[in-house]
Design a protein around this ligand. Sequence first.
Ligand SMILES: [Zn+2]
Length: 143
Amino acid sequence: MGNPEAPGVAATTMRMLARGALRRCPRCGAGHLFHRWFRLVDQCPSCGYTFAREDGFFLGAFVINFGVTIAGLAAFMGVLIAVLASGGSDRAIALVAVGAAAEALVVPIFFYPFSKTLWTAIDLTMHRGEPWAAFRPGGISRT
Ligand SMILES: [Zn+2]
């Protein structure tokens, strides 16, 4: 994906968040950042941005992934409350419980790469003024 921004100019916040939500480099929009599903490359193959800028950098990604999973479980909790309030059968309650358990297993695995690029986008928006955050075609990211 091309970069419509001029060199040295950061993308808009919404553009960076949208790129992160699509598993793309928030800084330049490049894709193919993951080996298989879980392994994020160290640097963007297009702009050279270093994703893990420091030890523990992806703690924010963990928090995002955890929050999305908990939000899904909260939705199942709401469904369970509705089932119980309407005098639902044991089968309906068991179905909701199985759905919640499946959600708790599948969502964090599915959302894992998205949480990393989304967190990178959030980090970039928070450090918008830093020289290393601005896009430079083919540039080397400085940490
Ligand atoms: Zn990039």
